[in-house]
Ligand binder design. Structure first.
Ligand code: DC
Length: 222
């Protein structure tokens, strides 16, 4: 069966999905990590200078891109190298919405995401999982939180990576990413009609996971 967890940046999707995957023995796939991996490769080639050649550059990157997850989705290998920390850098975060807006990137990564799920019980998080990747997912969750709550979480993640982020800048960056992810032409961030929306502002992680697990168990018991 398939469980889709969508929502804006830093709404708690991946932390929640990892806990549920471990508890229910599902395969966890972090689709955002795949867009980040592609962005890291684009940054290596272009040093972040956007140009009309990007469509062609990204087609080349996608052609060579090999993504593998280990440790149930917690570690990502990109072309044979563990880049789990590198894909979380601020530079990648600031450019990933741009890279993820290209059709050539989305088509290839959506195909890969569907391949990962084939024949497995999977929980996948992202922006378009319940709407585009698995419109037939048995359980769809849309996690949300205010930009300030999300910036606070991102701040802690970045401190853990050794960065010293500025809170106000993070709030602005998150709002900008919401805008780009929601307004892009292909597969924008939007709540699927049949998704259950959960606001995580005033909930503990445990409360969020305990709200979702019974929804999944309804299908496992069948
Ligand atoms: O979940 P995240 O913050 O790691 O995702 C990084 C970016 O990747 C996000 O800003 C938009 C893009 N993304 C996407 O377009 N579609 C997905 N299914 C997942 C992520």
């Amino acid at each position: 069966m398939k469980v889709a967890i969508d929502g804006p940046a830093a709404s708690g999707k991946s932390t929640t999905a990892k806990i549920i995957a471990d508890e229910l023995k599902f395969i966890y796939i972090d689709s955002g990590a795949m867009y980040r991996a592609c962005t890291l490769k684009w940054l290596e080639k272009t040093a972040a200078s956007k140009s009309d050649a990007d469509e062609k550059i990204l087609a080349g990157i996608i052609n060579d891109l090999k993504i593998e997850f280990t440790d149930n989705g917690k570690t990502i290998f990109v072309n044979g190298k563990n880049l789990s920390n590198e894909i979380r850098s601020s530079n990648v975060s600031q450019n990933v919405s741009y890279v993820a807006s290209f059709e050539v990137v989305r088509n290839a990564l959506v195909e890969k995401q569907r391949e990962f799920a084939l024949g497995n019980n999977v929980i996948m998080d992202g922006r378009d999982i319940g709407t585009v990747v698995f419109p037939d997912a048995e359980v769809k969750i849309f996690l949300n939180a205010s930009a300030e709550t999300r910036a606070q979480r991102r701040m802690q993640d970045l401190k853990n990576l050794g960065e010293e982020p500025d809170f106000d800048l993070l709030v602005a960056e998150i709002k900008e990413r919401d805008r780009l992810d929601s307004q892009r032409k292909i597969a924008p961030l939007t709540k699927a009609k049949d998704a259950i929306e959960i606001s995580t502002d005033d909930k503990t992680l445990n409360e969020v996971t305990q709200a979702i697990i019974p929804e999944i168990k309804k299908f496992i018991a069948e």
